[in-house]
Design a protein around this ligand. Structure first.
Ligand code: C2E
Ligand code: MG
Ligand code: MG
Ligand code: MG
Length: 276
């Protein structure tokens, strides 16, 4: 009986695997065409100065509008894009799209808008990256201080190469922040050595910051550390007023979350700018 069941289990498992592999292949094939078929869209989520309540910047977040699947979450397709190497053309599309948007906003007189762009580890390791960015800045007359690049701790693992890359980016004049801070292979060494501008506290620590003593300790410690190292901090995933009050009391500079706004299509922001 045991044998039979394990064989049945195995067959089920194999079927499941096959299904997953097929799904992955389907997504990969579809993703390949997404760029050319204009299925990718960038949404923008405001980042708020907690003391003044003003929007100080936006994070660009990728959305894939598949004709049949509907909106596919980046959490689902970014890993596949990384695995298949498609992240390189997709990542380049993202940077160009942000530059175009900034050019439009600059033209419309919505000046000095700052946009944060996520860079995947693979993109960050591309030697060609900095030249590509520089040429896009030239094409769209972008002031480099209008751009911030968000990198995760995973991208910093090869410290020597990462340091060279960060320095080249900083020489362009952009800002660098560490995304999902505290969830990767954190090493305090890079905070000492790398010219980083800000830390983004991962939303998993913010979620229960009011009820969980450990989350509270981690968040306050990150804030102290950042203040002492003269780094700016963004708290991610603020959903309630209580979380906002706690973070303000702890002198967290910036925040981002559904309490303020979900990521929105740029048209929504254009309409709001016209209103005010
Ligand atoms: P991330 O960079 O850490 O982005 C923050 C994520 O948290 C976004 O999910 C955002 O929609 C979500 N979020 C914001 N406020 C709240 C909140 O109050 N509550 C909750 N529960 N979630 C909130 P999203 O847009 O699904 O993106 C997921 C991840 O996909 C991003 O995490 C980033 O790692 C990656 N990603 C998105 N766009 C790009 C891109 O253009 N390039 C690369 N390489 N990665 C991207
Ligand atoms: Mg991010
Ligand atoms: Mg994050
Ligand atoms: Mg994340």
């Amino acid at each position: 009986v045991v044998k039979q069941r394990s064989r049945a289990d195995y067959q089920l498992y194999a079927k499941e695997m096959e299904k997953n592999t097929n799904e992955l292949l389907l997504i990969e094939t579809a993703l390949r065409r997404a760029v050319e078929h204009d299925e990718l869209v960038l949404y923008y989520q405001p980042q708020i100065d907690l003391a003044s309540g003003e929007i100080v910047s936006y994070e660009a977040l990728l959305r894939w509008k598949h004709p049949e699947l509907g909106i596919v979450s980046p959490a689902k397709f970014i890993p596949i894009a990384e695995e298949s190497g498609l992240i390189i053309p997709i990542g380049e599309w993202v940077i160009e799209e942000v530059c175009k948007q900034l050019w439009n906003w600059n033209e419309a007189g919505v000046s000095e808008t700052v946009v944060a762009i996520n860079l995947s580890a693979k993109q960050f390791q591309q030697p060609h990256l900095v030249d590509m960015i520089e040429s896009l800045f030239n094409t769209y007359s972008i002031t480099p201080s209008q751009i911030e690049f968000e990198i995760t701790e995973g991208a910093l693992q090869n410290a020597e190469e990462a340091l060279v890359m960060i320095q080249r980016l900083k020489n362009l004049g952009v800002m660098i922040s560490v995304d999902d801070f505290g969830t990767g292979f954190s090493s305090l060494m890079y905070l000492k050595q790398f010219p980083i501008d800000s830390l983004k506290i991962d939303q998993s620590f913010i979620k229960d910051v009011l009820n969980d003593k450990k989350d509270e300790a981690i968040v306050t410690t990150i804030l102290h550390l950042a203040h002492h190292l003269d780094l700016s901090v963004v708290a991610e995933g603020i959903e309630t007023l209580e979380q906002l009050e706690f973070l303000s009391r702890m002198n967290c500079q910036k925040g981002q979350g559904y309490l303020f706004s979900r990521p929105v299509h740029p048209e929504v922001l254009n309409r709001e700018n016209q209103k005010s």
